[in-house]
Design a protein around this ligand. Structure first.
Ligand SMILES: Nc1ncnc2c1ncn2[C@@H]1O[C@H](COP(=O)(O)OP(=O)(O)OP(=O)(O)O)[C@@H](O)[C@H]1O
Length: 335
């Protein structure tokens, strides 16, 4: 089953503000022959928490750079709050946490945040920012003596300071330990509950699944899915079937290879796990083949499996197109 942006779309915006925070209109960005971003159109609405997912090199950072006016599109347009990204940033409407960019050294955390407040168009209370980000205990530490995870938390504090309308985070939890991540997402939820729009790129799919109310999947520069995590999981069309087989039931495991709709099959000890695109047919076939499955469970797959399926389908579709083009060319040359 192939999944298109049109199929997985729209529903994520239910109940959200109808205004426009950001808009990409037919945006492409090429670096020489590399099509880093390829004809992306999308709108972010007020109050959405949006996860931006994609394999390495998919075009997430390039898209974020264009959203923030750090790079110009090769074609198409990007607007923030109906105007230019640069203007929105000058107006203090955007809080940002990027992957790169060091913090100012030789100052204490409190001094750094005070300095950032002094130059921020909206200004803010330093103690409030420290408290909100949960880093009050780091206030008197030297910035260049922070651990990687602590530095991430300070960068996050700067991104959330200033009551901006949009917070953009590029892989914000990289380098954070489990408890720091939990604390981080608790703060993020509060930010989203306060009505701020949050866009974050991540490779941690379980974070996207539990935090985001809208998920964008980019692959090879194209937007290939846009919906809630539940919609994307459902559209991947997969169910997970698991059961145990006892040796005394005398099952011939090779018969499992003939079960229809099997996307992946894993037999470990007596436990069988199947990812299936047609769980009903698969379960019926398992019984028909004479198996006696114990503790049979059919559940939905996680966002990670859905992500692998959707990006894999896109790769297969691209290969088919390339094969067709080669065949057409060969035919043309033969004429
Ligand atoms: N300045 C540049 N010059 C040339 N190619 C670039 C440049 N910046 C990015 N690219 C290429 O554009 C593509 C998209 O890169 P991008 O950094 O946007 O991906 P990403 O989705 O953020 O990846 P990751 O998850 O690895 O951070 C990649 O093929 C990358 O090599």
């Amino acid at each position: 089953m192939s999944t298109s942006v049109e199929q997985v779309t729209g529903e994520a915006r239910r109940g959200r503000g109808s205004g426009e925070v950001a808009a990409f209109r037919g945006v492409s960005k090429h670096f020489g022959t590399v099509r880093a971003v390829n004809d992306i159109s999308l709108t972010l609405h007020p109050g959405e928490t949006v996860a931006f997912l994609g394999p390495n090199g998919a075009g997430k950072s390039t898209s974020i750079d264009m959203l923030l006016g750090l790079r110009e599109p090769t074609s198409g347009s990007v607007t923030l709050f109906g105007g230019s990204p640069r203007q929105a940033i000058l107006d203090g409407r955007v809080g940002v946490m990027l992957q790169s960019g060091g913090l100012m050294p030789d100052v204490k955390v409190r001094e750094l945040i005070k300095f950032a407040s002094d130059i921020h168009p909206r200004g803010y209370d330093v103690d409030d920012v420290l408290k909100t980000a949960g880093i009050t205990e780091l206030a008197d530490r030297m910035v260049d003596k922070l651990s990687g995870g602590q530095e991430q938390r300070v960068r996050f504090a700067l991104a959330t300071a200033g009551d901006s309308d949009l917070i953009v985070l590029d892989e914000p939890t990289t380098g954070m330990d489990v408890s720091a991540r939990h604390a981080f997402w608790a703060v993020m939820r509060a930010q989203a509950d306060a009505g701020r729009t949050v866009l974050f790129a991540t490779h941690y799919l379980e974070e996207a699944d539990s935090i985001a109310d809208r998920v964008l999947v980019v692959h090879k520069g194209r937007l290939i899915a846009d919906g809630t995590a539940a919609e994307i999981k459902a559209r991947a069309g997969l169910r997970k079937i698991s059961f145990d087989l006892r040796p005394e039931d005398g099952a011939d495991l090779s018969l499992l290879n003939a079960v229809p709709g099997v996307n992946s099959l894993d037999v470990s000890g007596h436990t069988v796990r199947i990812n299936s695109s047609d769980a009903d047919a698969a379960v019926a076939a398992i019984y028909r083949a004479g198996f006696y499955p114990r503790g049979l469970e059919v559940t939905g797959v996680g966002l990670e499996q859905a992500f692998i399926t959707i990006t894999g389908e896109q790769d297969a579709a691209d290969r088919n197109t390339a094969d067709r083009n080669t065949a057409d060319l060969t035919e043309e040359n033969a004429r």
